[in-house]
Design a protein around this ligand. Structure first.
Ligand code: BGC
Length: 737
């Protein structure tokens, strides 16, 4: 009783301090649902029972474009995020304040706030580290909480079917197990802060070209064994509050009114108890969408406002369906603690803690692709001169755009580029040049912008070593047409490498790129978009403060011709520039076109392996400053696990990511490996460890459409273990099922 009184007076103090009777500060003890020993479902039902029909309708749609569009209505309690659902103060239900937060909280600067820019999600996936993924989500959840949000609408897990997808930097790569595991732990991190987490964009939203009209054609079997598997695992691990359905169609129906995806798979097979929120303007109907399983329209109420009320009255949407929508939203608020531990926008984000966490993740995400004659790590004691070239490395590092854009502190580090616009790269003030200088205090470190190729080559020639930076801007809404570095950077790299054989290339890219100069260079580092501490993290790798451990979560092809679909769906090459989306007519923009994904689940490394194509760099590949040896593989068929040894044969401590692949029995007709498990193994110099990796059963299963279920085949599975999808020194055949 005394505790309750204290809580009440604390809450009242908060009310009088802010001068607002906000639902978020309402004392929990006042409400019938306050009993925390009840389940989230029971508590949701108590609230639901007290709600009027109007309040129920209010809970299943947003308030409009709000701060996203100038002139749009902004409710007084709006927190400045991409979405809001109004709360019900009389019942103690807070407004849902949703923030885009794919790689950090978006739109912070508009509210005079700061948010940490994390490395790209593709980078985090390169760590193959559940702890790093948790930390990633924890930073997002912690900062959203400090800013007064109670829902993250990040959590992208769409698979990298095409390396040209403009949002790959928001997604965790091409493999369902790695992607689902990464995003699952990221969501756990978000929700550990009592912030509702989300997973998106459900489903098959694997290209940006025509994303709101493309009709993806794919079999249920292929979906279940690829993109849906990533969602399935991510949801199983992360228990997100919501699933965001995507813009595209899947087998004729829009994803947000797709009975198979929403009712049948998500809520049926996977028993997802949370709510489905539409992507922004991805709702197309009232009755069909409601009955197919959509629970919340965003950002407005065109379909789930008055028309839904009318539909329920008319009986075309059952009352029970409306109650189910509301129940799902309420139970997510309770299950994540968003109601019991309300966020209040009264704290300041700690930029130093954010930077340290971002740096930690970046140090595990930077992939060493090439290292001839141990060029790296650089030895600052023997270097007299270093040329640093290109990509604005004198001022900062590039970040990804679109709704994932985080605001750079102090604005765009590269003037005069716009600071927060779509379509303009924003650089964050973590200058690689500064940190290279810091780590090589006795060397003469000079910078050339790279715009004058001859000048850059001359500087490279006059230096002991040349470090050339190249970057590639990516943003929501468009794909890259090819995998070539933009702005003639290939020519710059080639000229620098010709001038100095000790040339190190540092790539700051959203996607894989081709490297026509690969053989001329000494070393190549893929840093992705490395986040607010990117400059430091890159310097740490270059000078060996950090021994690289990351491995590619995506195949780097040598040419577009090697992809399952050399042409991006929707782009008509015969029309030249006119075929590009930016030149589409209004009619073309509104007319659906098919994307026939006849490669099924066979893309990325599975495609390259079964087609006998050589990638530039394979999935799961990445070098270290030490070397590892694998030995004595044993598979326990009963336990479905593999045990083997790894030894660090070099003279430095390191972390090896051990990868386990399974190939289905011959009768399956499949001719490729599937990633079945992985583990990061820290090893001191000379140390050997015995490692056991469990095989995720769903990665060894096939989806039987007739049975509408996963099944496991009898016969010998090939189980292989090693440090890259293309280098698997241990292999054995065993009847797993
Ligand atoms: C994006 C979503 C985003 C939403 C709100 C959409 O355009 O596809 O990922 O969460 O906008 O900003």
């Amino acid at each position: 009783m005394r505790i309750r009184t204290a809580a009440l007076s604390l809450a009242l103090a908060a009310v009088s301090l802010t001068g607002l009777v906000s639902a978020q500060t309402a004392p929990a003890a006042q409400h019938p649902w306050s009993n925390t020993s009840l389940s989230p479902d029971q508590r949701a039902d108590i609230v639901l029972h007290e709600m009027t029909q109007a309040e129920k309708i209010q809970m299943v749609h947003g308030i409009g474009w709000g701060p996203l569009r100038e002139g749009a209505f902004v409710p007084p309690d709006n927190n400045g995020g991409a979405g809001e659902v109004l709360g019900i103060p009389r019942l103690g239900i807070p407004s849902i304040q949703q923030a885009d937060s794919a790689v950090g909280a978006r739109m912070a600067a508009l509210q005079s706030r700061y948010a940490t820019l994390l490395p790209s999600v593709l980078g985090a996936a390169s760590s193959w580290d559940s702890k790093a993924a948790f930390l990633y989500g924890d930073v997002i959840g912690r900062e959203l909480r400090a800013q007064g949000f109670n829902q993250s609408i990040g959590g992208g897990v769409d698979l990298a079917r095409d390396p040209r997808n403009g949002r790959l930097f928001e997604y965790p790569g091409e493999d369902p197990l790695l992607a689902g595991t990464t995003v699952g732990h990221l969501i756990v991190g978000v929700q550990s802060n009592h912030i509702m987490g989300d997973i998106k964009h459900y489903a098959m939203n694997d290209q940006e070209t025509g994303r709101t009209i493309v009709d993806v054609k794919i079999s249920k079997k292929a979906m279940q064994e690829s993109d849906l598997l990533a969602f399935n695992l991510g949801i199983r691990i992360g228990h997100p509050a919501s699933v965001m359905c995507s813009y595209n169609k899947v087998n004729t129906d829009w994803a947000c009114e797709n009975d198979y995806l929403l009712n049948h798979v998500l809520k049926g097979e996977w028993r997802f108890p949370g709510f489905v929120v539409s992507d922004w303007e991805a709702t197309h109907t009232t009755v069909k969408a409601a009955n197919a399983g959509l629970d919340m329209q965003q950002p407005g109420d065109e379909y789930f406002g008055r028309p839904l009320l009318d539909a329920v009255q008319a009986g075309t949407v059952p009352q029970a369906r409306l109650d189910d929508m509301v129940h799902r939203i309420l139970r997510s608020l309770f299950a994540t603690g968003a109601i019991d531990h309300p966020s209040t926008p009264r704290f300041v984000v700690d930029p130093f803690r954010g930077r340290d966490d971002s740096r930690q993740i970046a140090s595990e995400s930077i992939v060493l692709l090439r290292n001839q004659q141990n060029t790296l790590p650089l030895n600052s004691a023997t270097l007299h001169s270093i040329a640093v070239i290109g990509a604005h490395a004198d001022v900062g590092v590039m970040s990804g755009g679109g709704s994932a854009q985080v605001d750079a502190p102090g604005g765009n580090a590269v003037a005069p580029l716009a600071s927060t616009a779509w379509g303009h790269a924003v650089y964050f003030p973590s200058a690689p040049l500064k940190y290279i200088r810091e780590q090589a205090p006795n060397a003469d470190v000079k910078f050339a912008a790279g715009t004058d190729v001859a000048e850059a080559a001359a500087l490279a020639k006059a230096s002991d070593v040349a470090i050339v930076f190249a970057d590639q801007y990516e943003s929501e809404g468009a794909d890259t047409l090819d995998l070539t570095l933009p702005n003639q950077q290939d020519a710059l790299i080639a000229a620098v490498a010709k001038a100095n054989p000790r040339t190190i290339v540092v790539l700051i890219t959203g996607n894989p790129v081709t490297m026509p100069w690969v053989d001329q260079t000494s070393a190549i580092v893929e840093a992705w978009y490395p986040g607010i501490a990117g400059g430091q993290a890159i310097a740490d790798i270059l000078f060996g403060k950090v021994n690289p451990s990351a491995k590619l979560p995506i195949t780097f092809p040598s040419a577009i011709a090697d992809l399952p679909h050399p042409q991006i769906f929707g782009i008509d090459p015969s029309r030249g520039a006119g075929g590009l989306p930016e030149h589409w007519s209004k009619e073309q923009r509104q007319t659906s076109f098919p994307a026939d994904l006849n490669e099924g689940a066979r893309f990325g490394y599975k495609w390259f392996e079964s087609e006998n194509k050589q990638p530039l760099y394979p999935f799961g590949y990445g070098l270290s400053y030490t070397a590892y040896e694998y030995g004595s593989l044993q598979v326990d068929a009963a336990k479905k696990s593999a045990t083997f040894t790894i030894r660090n044969t070099g003279s430095r401590p390191g972390v090896e990511i051990a990868e386990l692949y399974v190939q289905l029995p011959a009768a399956s007709g499949e001719h490729f490996n599937r990633l079945g498990g992985f583990e990061r193994v820290p090893l001191a110099a000379g140390e050997e460890k015995t490692v056991t990796i469990p095989i995720e059963p769903l990665t060894a299963a096939t989806f039987d459409e007739a049975k509408d279920a996963f099944t496991w085949q009898h016969g010998d599975y090939t189980v292989s273990v090693g440090g890259s999808s293309a280098t698997l020194p241990l292999t054995t055949k065993v009847a797993l099922y």
